[in-house]
Design a binder for this molecule. Structure first.
Ligand SMILES: NC(=O)c1ccc[n+]([C@@H]2O[C@H](COP(=O)([O-])OP(=O)(O)OC[C@H]3O[C@@H](n4cnc5c(N)ncnc54)[C@H](O)[C@@H]3O)[C@@H](O)[C@H]2O)c1
Ligand SMILES: [Fe+2]
Length: 387
């Protein structure tokens, strides 16, 4: 038996934010970050919800890679307001923080361990709307939330993975993403690409997941450089928003792989933005995984009109095309080039590799990694060598 599960309502396309005017309910709790407040988008959302007849309360303090503390702080305010809708507005950080708050709001006595191990049934108190403002994480349609634990060293990103936290309504309005500066456009866009590639090669991928993922890969390759070069290119922005949405739909069903496991540690410990961290690991992990799935990489290469003689050449040319894409959107090829201090990185290497091996995304990777493999992959990505 196989499943394909996504939110019941996915509203997308330029101007789709206005869908909020149709929401029926009493009280909406808006979770967002300071950028969205400054840009006036939080106010637009608030006004639409008020037009729909809802009272609105806001939590606007979500930081990139949100921590358990932020989630707990937002939950306190949420509990005093007692909303019947939770509305997340922002990138993956705001959407994930809101998902975490939702669980704690419904179960005030729950422990973090329980939240990650077995998320209980939700929707006894509220339903959830996720509005994305980046084109990368796909969190508006995924069953995942990434919350950083800053009380341990190195810091660790823990993943809530449960259909319970999948949104009731997902809104992907490219107009919101069109204000992303080039750096954020690039990093989040590569995140979408990694979602699609890891989904395509996941051991749990179905033919449905793969069809959606492959189209998303084609769209990222053709539109990310354009959106990066000219943020006002409406067609490229629409393509990237849709590609990110599709990659999210694919990977929430197929799950991911060790590009994410390794990247999570670069984000939690060194503050590398999630997409940039994925970008740093992607080519090296593809080389490592190619022993298991070279024919799948060859299929991706074909879809990108890359000509090749055999699967081995397809893998090499696909990896080259990814390095080229990184260059086109200003992403460095190595962790060293990114600027992480060598001594600090090597000093933490054993712990980083162990945490990466413990990460939830390991399980669907097409090749089972050892601790040594994880270390070698970090070293390969640090110095730009093959592992
Ligand atoms: N839940 C999931 O399925 C999933 C998947 C992948 C990643 N993640 C997690 O999501 C987080 C990263 O999310 P992200 O990459 O979307 O970035 P983000 O939400 O951290 O945002 C990055 C920065 O861009 C700003 N920003 C967002 N939208 C903008 C816009 N339209 N205009 C201008 N600035 C804007 C934000 O304020 C922030 O400063 C990480 O914690 C990552 O682990 C979650
Ligand atoms: Fe991601």
């Amino acid at each position: 038996m196989k499943f394909f599960r996504v939110p019941k309502d996915i509203v997308f396309g330029w101007g789709s934010l206005e869908y909020l005017k149709q929401i029926k309910g009493k009280k909406a709790f808006l979770v967002t970050d300071p950028t969205m407040v400054k840009a006036g988008v939080a106010e637009r959302v608030e006004n639409y919800l008020k037009e729909a007849g809802l009272a609105v309360q806001k939590f606007t303090e979500v930081e990139p890679d949100p921590s358990r503390e932020t989630v707990e702080k937002g939950t306190k305010l949420m509990q005093s307001f007692e909303p019947d809708w939770i509305v997340a507005l922002g990138g993956g950080s705001s959407m994930d923080a809101a998902k975490g708050m939702w669980v704690l709001y419904e179960y005030p006595d729950i422990t973090w361990e329980k939240v990650f191990a077995a998320t209980p049934v939700l929707r006894n108190k509220a339903k959830f709307i996720a509005i994305t403002t980046t084109s990368g994480t796909g969190s508006e349609v995924t069953c995942a939330a990434v919350i950083t634990n800053r009380s341990v060293r190195p810091n660790v990103k823990d993943v809530i993975a449960s259909m319970e936290i999948s949104a009731d309504i997902a809104i992907t309005d490219p107009e919101l993403a069109s204000t992303m500066p080039p750096k954020v456009t690039a990093a989040t866009g590569v995140d979408a690409l990694v979602h699609a590639i890891e989904s395509y090669t996941s051991i749990a991928a179905t033919v449905i997941d793969k069809a959606i993922a492959l189209k998303a890969i084609q769209m990222v390759f053709s539109s990310l450089p354009k959106a990066y070069a000219d943020g006002r290119n409406q067609v490229a922005r629409e393509d990237m928003a849709t590609a990110s949405l599709m990659a999210g739909m694919a990977f929430t069903n197929s799950f991911l792989g060790i590009v994410h496991s390794l990247a999570h540690q670069l984000g939690s410990e060194f503050g590398v933005p999630h997409g940039a961290a994925n970008s740093l690991m992607l080519p090296y992990v593809m080389k490592f995984n190619s022993i298991a799935v070279s024919e799948l990489y060859a299929e991706i290469a074909s879809a990108l009109n890359i000509e090749f003689y055999d699967d081995r050449e397809a893998v090499d040319k696909l990896i080259k095309a990814i390095f080229q894409l990184q260059e086109d959107v200003g992403q460095p090829h190595t962790i060293k080039e990114y600027g992480i201090d060598e001594k600090t990185f090597i000093g933490l290497l054993d712990n980083l590799a162990q945490n990466a091996l413990n990460d939830a995304c390991v399980f669907c990777n097409p090749r089972v990694p050892s601790l040594e493999d994880m270390k070698n992959l970090y070293l390969a990505a640090y110095y730009g060598k093959e592992s």
